[in-house]
Design a protein around this ligand. Sequence first.
Ligand code: GLV
Length: 324
Amino acid sequence: MALPRVFVSRTIDGEALAGLRARAEVQVFGQPRPPTPGELTDGVREADGLLCMLTDRVDRALLDQAPRLRAVSTLSVGLDHVDLAACTARGIAVGHTPGVLTEATADLAFALLLGAARHVAPGDAFVRSGRWKTWDPGLLLGRDLSGATLGIAGLGAIGQAVVRRARGFSMRVLYANRTARPEVEAEFGARRVDKDTLLAESDFLSLHLALTPETRHYLGERELARMKPRAVLVNTSRGAVVDSAALARALAAGRPAAAALDVFDPEPPSADDPLLALPNVLLAPHLGSATVETRGRMAALAVLNLLLSLEGRRPKHCANPELF
Ligand code: GLV
């Protein structure tokens, strides 16, 4: 029997790729950049399966050019780049990679939180520049985590992993989530509050929301104005969960005091994005899941999801389980 044809939109972990090659005829887009929409279309024209990244737009226009496609597997937990309804309508199973990246992403959220709280990047730049002349009791004073209030918007797996870390730093934790999580409240003393209370009481606010039409611009001008002047915003979810222009204006005015951002809208931000010029912003290039171990697990899971779908079986993590 002929092997299924699969298009892989970037080079992924070698072991996972070898596993895929054993079971499918694989074409890898091997450039150190995402395929253009035209290149992606060419890749899927004859393909039975697509292993894509969060940088690939899987929309109706693409699916219309992919008559054989029956499996889409994304190397991400986020699905905002995939038109799920269009895939489901065509009977295309969609797999993604939750779970395996939870701890790595929570680690990065905490790294950014600490980095912003303690001016790690400005400190590094200061020493390198030769401007450091002596120990100074007022130099680059940050904020204590201990005793501070951490607000979590979106208490899914990653939000909960951040709560566990916060507990280790003796922080008070509030969260806003569609559903109550009594087990997290009982185990970590987290308290569920409404969004306005979360904004008003958080010294640190960390966003862990999937990007959907409902969460787009979850933080806009009104919400940012409700934050404490000394608050630090951390975003490792999706850039568009925050109104970037409103955030740049708010940070320029000093309220909130700082932001630490791993995600942007658009991504990457343009060179003249005002966020890049602000001294009170710590920047990272969408590194949430970027560890050797985690990316290996993500690739293995993405391959497994793809192979299961190509066999007509439900992917291990399926975004449209109603197909099965
Ligand atoms: C990363 O942002 C992901 O969705 O996996």
